[in-house]
Design a binder for this molecule. Structure first.
Ligand code: ADP
Ligand code: ZN
Length: 226
């Protein structure tokens, strides 16, 4: 089996992180950990955490760091991530969260952070047309809907527009991305942990590009170890 990996994928809303992270998680056989998906599941199950997160999510605000850190600490404490690693999607989103993550992982480190870069005009178009399955989170769009009646091809769930894919919430999320998350690109570059992959084009080729930078990094660090 391929060795595990500890990966972070950065990218704006609509950059395709969700789709690519699912593929990477299959490729490296590591869990896909999406804080957005975890919060949406919490909202759906009407848990206390869900109630806390919902008011922020619906308007496109960030959930407070201490809530996010608690959730992630719990998830990273499980055996699967300890044994093989993870693909983190939507976390960290602030420098404060990145520092918290480094503390959680110490003495281990992440292998690589990949910035999936897509121009804002492209993500705006993608987000306006995006539709998701309420049950499994699979992504569709008005241009490539499920086969039947807005019913998920994978699980039969209902396919809808996300509650935070309104114009106002999208604008707010992109704004927060530039202000809070973009600085992480430099933060990880300074630590020599960053790679960039172009996120526009054929999804299979983008996956290929991601796997290439991760494998390069692994060869490089294996070389350093021997
Ligand atoms: P998007 O990247 O399109 O905003 P996500 O599914 O990643 O979508 O996240 C949805 C919402 O969940 C965010 O707008 C935010 O309110 C909350 N959220 C997810 N991850 C984090 C995080 N790491 N820090 C703070 N809030 C988060
Ligand atoms: Zn589904």
């Amino acid at each position: 089996m391929v060795p595990g990996a500890r990966l972070i994928i950065l990218g704006k809303q609509g950059a395709g992180k969700g789709t690519q992270c699912v593929r990477l998680s299959r490729h490296y056989v590591v869990p896909h950990i999406s804080t957005g998906d975890m919060f949406r599941a919490a909202v759906k199950s009407r848990s206390e955490l869900g109630a806390k997160a919902k008011e922020y999510m619906d308007t496109g605000e960030l959930v407070p760091d201490e809530v996010v850190m608690g959730l992630v600490a719990e998830r990273l404490g499980l055996d699967d991530t300890k044994a093989r690693g993870f693909v983190l999607d939507g976390f960290p989103r602030t420098v404060h969260q990145a520092k918290g993550l480094a503390e959680l992982l110490a003495p281990d480190e992440i292998d690589l952070v990949v910035n999936l870069e897509v121009p804002t005009e492209v993500v705006l178009r993608r987000l306006a047309g995006r539709r998701v399955c309420v049950d499994c989170g699979a992504n569709y769009s008005v241009d490539s809907p499920p086969r039947l009646n807005w019913t998920c091809d994978i699980c039969g769930g209902e396919v809808v527009q996300r509650q935070d894919d309104t114009e106002a919430a999208i604008r707010r999320r992109l704004d927060l991305y530039e202000r809070e998350t973009r600085p992480l690109v430099d933060w990880y570059a300074e630590r020599d942990l960053l790679a960039e992959v172009e996120g526009v084009g054929d999804p299979d080729e983008i996956t290929g590009g991601l796997v290439r930078v991760v494998d390069q990094r692994r060869e490089h660090s294996l070389g350093r170890r021997v």
